[in-house]
Design a protein around this ligand. Structure first.
Ligand SMILES: C[S@@+](CC[C@H](N)C(=O)[O-])C[C@H]1O[C@@H](n2cnc3c(N)ncnc32)[C@H](O)[C@@H]1O
Length: 280
């Protein structure tokens, strides 16, 4: 009982803090999942040795630079190349060839992919390398373009640099290492012939207009931060952005809600791959 009361008081204070942050910086924290916010703000409280949301509110008032730190904490961009390798294997071996067949049949030459919430670019380059490997001999018959977007412009600067620490090499299939990367001391670079297909730009999935007419959207390990309502709103945007028959790839721990499941076709439940039906 005492605990329930404590957590109620705690929640009340968090609402006040959220309102304060929204009001002073226009960072709409209300869109994020409650538990996620609690965990991340708690990390800032611990770092500053503060004990209540109210103290944190006062600290924010007195230290404007803390807003940037809070935003950094909320947009953790932990990522890796070929994260959950099975999804990229499936993408390269089944989805890309199916897409190519369909494009040949309908005589379309453009292939567009969107890596939404791409962090420092590892996912975006993994998609591009998988496309190049999966397209095989058709590679030069199509105009491939892969766009990586994220809220965090510092992460995008890293992505554009296309240079990563050698420790990240391990998750990249060895044949892709040979074909698409250049090792230099303790870093490696993505070769220009891969980079030429890729662009990065800032985009907030909550408030910015989505990219239009894409054949595949990867949005992995991003929805975990969003409330169900917000996920549905973003899924609506993805629905409009996808071409007919276009694919949507979510993260391993992410699932479509009821409404979205009724609209999207399931392609692979384990790898969380969905599709906008052809006849829509
Ligand atoms: C954990 S990373 C995932 C990176 C990559 N997709 C992966 O699966 O490895 C989540 C990314 O989502 C971004 N993000 C969080 N909220 C966002 C929003 N509202 N709009 C766009 N990106 C957002 C963060 O900045 C972060 O880079």
């Amino acid at each position: 009982m005492a605990q329930a009361e404590t957590s109620k008081v705690y929640r009340g204070n968090l609402d006040k803090l959220i309102t304060q942050i929204n009001g002073s910086r226009g960072i709409d924290l209300g869109q994020y999942r409650r538990q996620y916010l609690e965990r991340r703000i708690a990390a800032r409280l611990r770092a500053l040795n503060l004990h209540t949301y109210r103290q944190y509110g006062t600290y924010l008032d007195e230290h404007a630079e803390e807003y940037a730190k809070l935003l950094d904490t909320l947009t953790i961009n932990v990522t890796e190349f070929y994260r959950d390798a099975a999804v990229f294997d499936l993408f390269r071996n089944q989805i890309v060839p199916a897409m190519i067949d369909e494009k040949l049949r309908t005589r379309h030459r453009m292939i567009r992919a969107w890596s939404a919430g791409c962090a420092t670019g590892e996912e975006t380059y993994s998609i591009t390398m998988s496309f190049l490997a999966g397209m095989g001999e058709h590679r030069n018959n199509f105009l491939l373009s892969v766009l990586g977007t994220d809220l965090d412009s510092n992460a995008l600067t890293v992505a554009r640099g296309a240079t990563y620490k050698i420790e990240k090499l391990g998750s990249i299939p060895s044949e892709h290492q040979v074909k698409y990367l250049e090792v230099e001391g303790d870093v490696f670079h993505i070769k220009p012939e891969v980079q030429r297909y890729v662009k990065f730009r800032p985009l907030n999935l909550f408030s910015d207009k989505p990219i239009s007419v894409v054949d595949v959207i990867f949005c992995r390990n991003v929805f975990i931060y969003f409330s169900r309502e917000q996920q549905d709103a973003v899924l609506d945007k993805f629905w409009s952005a996808l071409s007919r028959g276009g694919y949507l790839v979510l993260g391993r721990s992410e699932k479509l809600g009821k409404e979205a499941s009724a609209r999207f076709e399931l392609v692979n439940s384990r790898e969380r791959i969905y599709r906008k039906p052809m006849g829509t």
